[in-house]
Write a protein of this length. Structure first.
Length: 274
């Protein structure tokens, strides 16, 4: 990537190894692994940006030269950011664990174990669930799991990544991959029941004066009263510090997700335009 506007980057090492019986694998299958890894990394970064505005401006993936006869896929995630936006990712640049955050999230997705380091870095116990419960992320993880499950010559997968104690390695069995696939199917099914509403107008009835997890704002929407959680980190910060002001009766434009059906709907505001 050669972009004059993204003049700073951090590198993160990540490796996926296919433990196979035979010393061969189709080039089509190998390309599929690389394609799904790229989709997965892009989706994770987009979700970090959408939820906390703390992802990178761009991420490119370099494939390190493969060993002859090896089915390791060693990668370098090059995470670009504009130096003018340093404050946006200050925690990431200063925290060695956070600097390797993409690999940690990928491991969590395959193992089902929440990434506690992420929760500590962002001071948010809900961030892991918010970041991973995304259809694009789930579909990429599911596809990688299926590629390994459907190849009888692959015993398991090894992932090597940068953790808080240096380079770490885990083995994921086919049994675990089956469970991962089932979990991702549930995420995809859940997301199919979501409504994504962009640029809708809400009238403020009652603001939430703090932004603790699950604090609700009350709005008028389409002639009825709704309660919604606001997940726009930038809006939260500027409202709490009195840089912007809203009162009862004011109208705002938002991007919103509605989950549930009938009387059991929950409203989540992802972005506020102001």
């Amino acid at each position: 990537m050669n972009n004059p506007y993204l003049n700073e980057f951090l590198s993160e090492k990540f490796e996926l190894a296919l433990n196979v019986e035979e010393s061969r694998i189709s080039s089509k299958e190998l390309r599929s692994y690389l394609l799904q890894l790229e989709k997965l990394v892009d989706s994770i970064n987009q979700n970090l940006n959408d939820y906390k505005d703390l992802g990178y401006d761009a991420i490119s993936i370099d494939v390190v030269a493969l060993e002859r006869g090896s089915f390791k896929i060693p990668l370098i995630f090059k995470k670009f950011f504009n130096s003018d936006n340093y404050e946006k990712i200050k925690k990431i640049t200063e925290n060695p664990t956070a600097a390797a955050i993409i690999g940690g999230i990928i491991v969590s997705l395959f193992t089902g174990n929440p990434h506690r380091d992420i929760e500590r870095i962002y001071e948010d116990p809900y961030i892991f669930e918010k970041v991973i419960r995304d259809s694009k992320t789930a579909k990429a993880v599911k596809k990688i799991a299926e590629l390994a499950i459907n190849n009888d010559s692959i015993h398991d997968l090894n992932i090597t990544y940068e953790g808080n104690e240096g380079e770490q390695k885990i083995t994921i069995s086919k049994e675990s991959l089956h469970r991962t696939k089932d979990v991702m199917d549930e995420v995809i099914y859940y997301n199919e029941g979501l409504q994504h509403l962009n640029g809708v107008c809400l009238k403020i009835i009652s603001p939430a004066w703090s932004f603790e997890p699950n604090d609700l704002w009350t709005f008028s929407f389409q002639g009825k009263m709704i309660n919604a959680i606001i997940h726009d980190h930038k809006f939260q910060r500027e409202f709490e510090t009195d840089r912007i002001h809203f009162k009862k009766g004011d109208k705002i434009l938002v991007d919103m997700v509605v989950e549930g059906r009938g009387k059991h709907k929950h409203y989540h505001i992802l972005h506020v335009y102001y």
